[in-house]
Design a protein around this ligand. Structure first.
Ligand SMILES: *Cc1c(COP(=O)(O)O)cnc(C)c1O
Length: 221
């Protein structure tokens, strides 16, 4: 099967109201532009700031770039001028840096808070306790240039579908708790970015609004 067929098959299996981010990390510009030209797909995800910035500079400006990887504070300035959505804000320190650069660029930048939901140690992300602590901080309340639009998380890399489902439920519960506590009357806080090639059907079952799919579309890495 080729790229476009792969994409169409995935798109068909994702409900219309769920956004699909095609994760193009490590894949060449030629495949990204092929997908855009042949299907009109505009949402692409990358996990390295410099790789994304190079691709963005070479490809049509109609594309929307989603940053989904761990973002170092010294790389924030490279992506803030053009990034569409940062999915992976995993610390207060990073949020403050993103806010600072967004202000410099005159942007009101959409971001998601990444939570640690997997049982594995290595995954980045906030805990719900850290998030509450942050939300209560005066310094947080003063941030003017970031728009927190929801949450993101990665489930454990395992065949245990019960575990994966429970981790997605946990993220959904974090979303509901934050919505109820801080965003009751704010419609911008609405996204749950969860689900990858191996687990997106479970994620959609559990309320995902954005899935991030790489290998099912572009092939293995
Ligand atoms: C690589 C990556 C994906 C896509 O993974 P696939 O299994 O190839 O679909 C999704 N989210 C994040 C954060 C990633 O790093």
């Amino acid at each position: 099967m080729d790229l476009v067929q792969n994409y169409l098959k995935v798109r068909e299996s994702v409900p219309e109201n769920v956004k699909l981010v095609a994760v193009s990390k490590f894949k060449p510009e030629s495949l990204i532009s092929q997908l855009f030209e042949q299907t009109g797909h505009t949402e692409f995800g990358e996990n390295r700031a410099l790789e994304m910035t190079t691709k963005q500079s070479m490809l049509p400006s109609a594309l929307n770039w989603h940053f989904i990887g761990h973002l170092q504070t010294n790389k924030v300035k490279f992506i803030v001028p053009y990034v569409h959505l940062v999915h992976s804000v995993d610390s207060f320190k990073l949020l403050k840096e993103v806010n600072k650069e967004a202000e410099r660029c005159n942007r009101f930048l959409p971001v998601l808070l990444q939570f640690h939901i997997a049982s594995e140690e290595s995954k980045f992300g906030l805990s719900i306790a850290e998030a509450h602590e942050m939300f209560c901080c005066e310094e947080f309340k003063a941030l003017q240039s970031v728009s927190i639009c929801g949450v993101m998380g990665m489930a454990s890399f395992t065949d245990d579908n019960v575990l994966v489902r429970n981790e997605f439920i946990k993220l959904r519960n974090y979303f509901d708790e934050l919505k109820r506590t801080y965003y009751k009357s704010n419609n911008a806080f609405k996204e749950i970015s969860m689900g990858m090639s191996g687990d997106y059907r479970i994620a959609i079952d559990e309320g995902s609004t954005i899935v991030r799919i790489g290998s099912l579309i572009f092939g293995g890495r």
